[in-house]
Design a protein around this ligand. Structure first.
Ligand code: ASP
Length: 331
């Protein structure tokens, strides 16, 4: 009897310890887009600039997580750094559509409440991710587009900019190149590799809550009005405390048709797959077989991280409360 009692006490202590340990851990994963990035294009200076910006975004998010802040705040902080950098296809430095304009998409989801917010086709809000969050928190809707989204964002007091703020010479050159190579019949067709640089973040906070967010300029030469996967909950972004948080990057149409972000969570919830199995099944098999270029980042409640991509590279990185960290572009 005594032994049984001792065993019981030991078991209780162990469970308590495990729970405290799990509650104290956090993880943040980010991406800055995937694509068939050539090694020649990636000069050492360019690579250093990308890695430095990714590290800065990780640090900004981690500063929030390690002081007990929420995963929602962490993903927004990380994304704003990347949106403000012309290196990435989100916020400043977004790609141009067929008419030579920037149309921005973003979305965010809270894994605890399953609340979500998104904006699509906006042209004058400095940080689209903040607009997506406002839609989630201060409107009864999930997605607002175009003028309606912009009007709402102004009302919410978000920083507005002239559309010319998003201009970046390198993106403009890419757009001119796109036009040169495209006949009018191909209008609206896109070059998948000219879109590289969508940004995303997923996080687990010390309370055990997951969040996911994605922001993009879409794809170079897209038809005006085209909306990709990034602002679509379940396609480009999904978070659910029962499973994981996911942010995608790649040829959006494939991610929409395959409902990639939700499918990863669903495979975990309904088929009992691990984060890695579910993520790889979607990116390395399903998408690859269809010719859907891209990758995803994901984190689960245990802080496991997955970052598969089927292109030559994906700007990415993660940091965990254990001190484990990595920032990478290629394999
Ligand atoms: N998924 C984005 C889109 O299709 C582009 C990207 O991630 O590179 O709009």
């Amino acid at each position: 009897m005594k032994t049984l009692f001792r065993f019981f006490v030991l078991f209780l202590l162990l469970t308590l310890h495990l729970q405290l340990f799990a509650q104290g851990s956090y993880a943040l994963v980010i991406h800055g887009g995937s694509g068939n990035i050539s090694r020649e294009w990636m000069s050492p200076e360019r690579e250093a600039a990308y890695l430095a910006k990714l590290s800065e975004a990780l640090e900004a998010g981690e500063a929030i997580l390690k002081t007990g802040g929420s995963s929602m705040d962490a993903v927004v902080a990380a994304i704003m750094i990347l949106e403000d950098s012309p290196l990435f296809n989100a916020g400043k430095g977004a790609v141009f559509n067929f008419e030579g304009r920037n149309e921005l998409d973003a979305s965010i989801m809270d894994g605890k409440t399953l609340q979500a917010g998104a904006v699509a086709g906006i042209t004058n809000i400095k940080n689209p991710i903040t607009a997506a969050r406002k839609v989630m928190e201060n409107s009864p809707h999930v997605m607002l587009t175009g003028r309606g989204a912009e009007h709402f964002a102004f009302e919410e007091g978000l920083e507005a900019v002239d559309p010319s703020y998003f201009f970046d010479q390198a993106r403009w050159d890419q757009y001119r190149e796109f036009l040169r190579d495209n006949t009018p019949q191909l209008r609206g067709d896109t070059y998948p590799d000219m879109k590289m640089g969508t940004v995303g973040a997923v996080a687990l906070d010390m309370e055990g809550n997951l969040a996911a967010a994605t922001s993009t300029g879409g794809m170079t030469g897209k038809r005006f009005g085209r909306i990709g996967d990034s602002p679509i909950i379940g396609a480009g972004t999904y978070a659910n405390n029962q499973a994981c948080a996911v942010s995608a990057t790649g040829h959006g149409e494939y991610f929409i048709r395959n409902v990639i972000a939700y499918d990863i969570a669903a495979q975990m919830m309904y088929a009992g797959k691990s984060l890695h199995e579910a993520a790889n099944d979607n990116v390395m098999q399903k998408l690859k077989e269809q010719g859907g270029n891209g990758g995803i980042i994901a984190v689960d409640r245990q802080g496991n991280v997955a970052m598969p991509f089927n292109t030559t590279g994906m700007f990415r990185g993660y940091i965990k409360s254990t001190g484990e960290t990595e920032v990478k572009i290629f394999e």
